[in-house]
Design a protein around this ligand. Structure first.
Ligand code: DON
Length: 310
């Protein structure tokens, strides 16, 4: 185990948080979803949950933020559990090398998204959920609550409505995929599900706990429940390593070396197999849509503790 001393880890998190604050000004809060533009930029948090049940954190680690693209992990687990290997005929597992909301590849590649971590891929996953659950939005929240062990998790209505109103680019992708036969349900219903899962509100501490099963071969350590198969946990970590940070995934693997996922709400989650989960949050983003402070916090922690898988 790379971490042995609880006090040292908490002190390290505090120290890293203080050092990373000058980076606030180098990023910009997402404003293409107007509700996200209202979030105060100068906030940050970091949390580490370990398989043995410990939780360390610093900063605003109990404050909720918008889950955004990190919801793609939870949706993917649900769709893999429902559809099995058939899912991989509808979405690929290759890095896209394009921004998360790029549309160009979709036409070249006949409506099959490059991977489930870009918006187009997550919209296909949303279609699977809408088609396989009678109430997919509440099924998603129930799954999230079960994993986080928190009944109170909710979807932020203001963010949800803001995305619905400003989601033309996602709608364009969904209709293009529908024209290729890769969306089964009605597009508005699929988009509603997708925006609703993106609008889930969660804190760093809750998020770190909720994804521990990915560091533990599919088993949630607090309940011993098999959330996904060992093979699927491996596959999801592989996809996060190659595509979780969008077109900055190569740089993230180079500098950090952990499966990870970002969201435009400013959070990043990194999986440390056989050890635990790191989450960091701070709203200002770089040009790729990844939080500058959260990137720095995770990179520094992985470095200090020697967590890289490579
Ligand atoms: O669909 C969107 O654009 C947002 N709801 C989610 C995008 C996102 O979080 C990309 N992350 N870096």
């Amino acid at each position: 185990m790379p971490i042995t001393n609880t006090t040292d880890l908490s002190a390290l998190l505090q120290q890293m948080l203080a050092q990373s604050q000058p980076l606030y000004s180098t990023g910009k809060v997402a404003d293409y979803i107007p509700a996200l533009a209202q979030v105060a930029p100068q906030q940050a948090a970091v949390a580490v949950a370990t398989l043995d049940g410990r939780l360390h954190s610093a900063g605003a680690a109990q404050q909720s933020f918008s889950l955004q693209s990190i919801s793609k992990i939870f949706g993917l687990v649900m769709a893999m559990n429902r559809l099995g290997d058939e899912l991989w005929q509808r979405v690929n597992m290759e890095p896209s090398g394009q921004p998360f909301n790029s549309i160009v590849q979709l036409e070249w590649e006949q409506g099959i998204p490059r991977n489930p971590m870009i918006n187009a891929g997550a919209i296909v996953v949303a279609d699977v959920l809408v088609s396989h659950y009678s109430a997919s939005k509440s099924a998603f929240l129930t799954f999230l609550r079960r994993l986080a062990g928190e009944e109170a998790l909710y979807a932020d209505q203001q963010v949800y409505l803001s995305e619905l109103e400003h989601g033309n680019r996602n709608a364009a992708m969904a209709y293009l995929m529908k024209s290729f036969g890769n969306i089964e349900a009605d597009v508005p219903q699929v988009l509603e599900h997708y925006f609703h899962q993106c609008a889930a509100a969660i804190s760093c501490e809750q998020l770190a706990r909720s994804l521990l099963f990915l560091a533990n071969r599919g088993v949630q350590p607090s309940t011993n429940e098999q959330i996904c198969s060992r093979r699927d946990a491996h596959r999801i970590n592989a996809i996060l390593s190659t595509s979780g940070m969008y077109d900055q995934s190569g740089e993230f693997a180079f500098k950090v070396g952990l499966p990870a996922k970002s969201g435009v709400g400013g959070a990043i989650v990194a999986i440390v197999p056989q050890f635990g989960v790191i989450t960091a949050w701070s709203p200002p983003l770089n040009n790729y849509g990844n939080s500058v402070v959260a990137m720095q916090l995770i990179q520094q922690l992985a470095d200090e503790l020697g967590l890289s898988l490579f």
